[in-house]
Design a protein around this ligand. Structure first.
Ligand SMILES: NC(=O)c1ccc[n+]([C@@H]2O[C@H](COP(=O)([O-])OP(=O)(O)OC[C@H]3O[C@@H](n4cnc5c(N)ncnc54)[C@H](OP(=O)(O)O)[C@@H]3O)[C@@H](O)[C@H]2O)c1
Length: 260
């Protein structure tokens, strides 16, 4: 009975991951969300599921107490263990996403964007699990190669927090190596999550996205827009295939042109 926690699964890729994991009666799937009643897509999925193997828990990733309470709820169902933690929660609202370091109204707003999340809450359960896998949904936007090749000054908080997340994963990989854990970052590729998005991009955002895609085409050989379902399938195949030899790795999707 493998057990999975998907952190941030109300919509987008996290929702698609939960949906695919829950198709197997073998799996027990826990999904954390910020706001249970507002998670309409997930609530629909749970209502339609005939297997009763999805559990929705409320926890903001910036609230470590709520995460600990969520972990305690998971433990009640699993008997105290957890096999795989997939961490995908991220602030992706267009207005914040596109901003550069000097684009914030004030420094309090800039500070608020840099709040990070915690994985410690689920660690005691993972230690008692059999798979011992922690996977963060990474993003090339948090790598220096991507930022420089793309010449992207926007997505400042997003890229910087992604880079921090990658390093946090690496710190856990080092810490947990002696215990037989596999901690990796996996980039999902470029995924169109507009079907479950809470906001529609305005004209400024659309033109920024168009410019972004043009630049991506110039530097990469494998640009493709995935549906959340396609991305989740690829992602979960990778989650299945990784083992301790991959501990500490960061699996990118993008392939760069040689000359870029
Ligand atoms: N889409 C892509 O092309 C792409 C590419 C590279 C990496 N990624 C990564 O993939 C992950 C998922 O992205 P997505 O495109 O699926 O985004 P999305 O559709 O905007 O979904 C973001 C998810 O994160 C949750 N979330 C945001 N802040 C949270 C918080 N403080 N606490 C708990 N949950 C929170 C949201 O919950 P609410 O409903 O409560 O807001 C939502 O479920 C992110 O880590 C993103 O960086 C995506």
């Amino acid at each position: 009975m493998p057990s999975y926690v998907v952190v941030g699964g109300s919509r987008g890729i996290g929702l698609a991951l939960a949906q695919q994991l829950a198709t197997s009666a073998e799996n027990t799937v826990f999904v954390t969300v910020r706001n249970k009643s507002g998670s309409t897509h997930l609530n629909e999925l749970v209502a339609k599921s005939t297997l009763s193997n999805i559990h929705v828990l409320e926890a903001d990733v910036t609230d470590h107490r709520a995460l600990k309470a969520a972990a305690a709820d998971v433990a009640k169902v699993t008997g105290g263990s957890l096999d795989v933690l997939i961490h995908g929660a991220a602030r992706t609202e267009m207005t914040n996403m596109l901003r550069g370091m000097t684009d914030y109204e004030d420094d309090d707003k800039l500070d608020a964007e840099f709040l990070d999340s915690a994985m410690n809450a689920f660690l005691p359960l993972l230690r008692r699990g059999s798979a011992k896998k922690i996977v963060i949904i990474g993003g090339e936007g948090g790598t220096s190669e991507f930022v420089w090749k793309m010449r992207v000054s926007g997505m400042a908080a997003f890229g910087t927090t992604k880079a921090a997340e990658h390093l946090v994963a690496l710190k856990y990989a080092v810490l947990l190596e002696p215990e037989g854990f596999t901690v990796v970052g996996i980039c999902p590729g470029f995924v169109d999550t507009s079907s479950t998005a809470v906001e529609k991009p305005d004209d400024t955002a659309m033109s920024a996205i168009a410019g972004f895609i043009t630049r991506l085409q110039a530097i990469s050989t494998n640009l493709k827009s995935f549906t959340p379902e396609e991305a989740a399938k690829r992602f979960l195949n990778l989650v299945d295939s990784i083992s301790t030899k991959d501990n500490g790795s960061f699996i990118e999707y993008i392939e760069y042109k040689k000359e870029s």
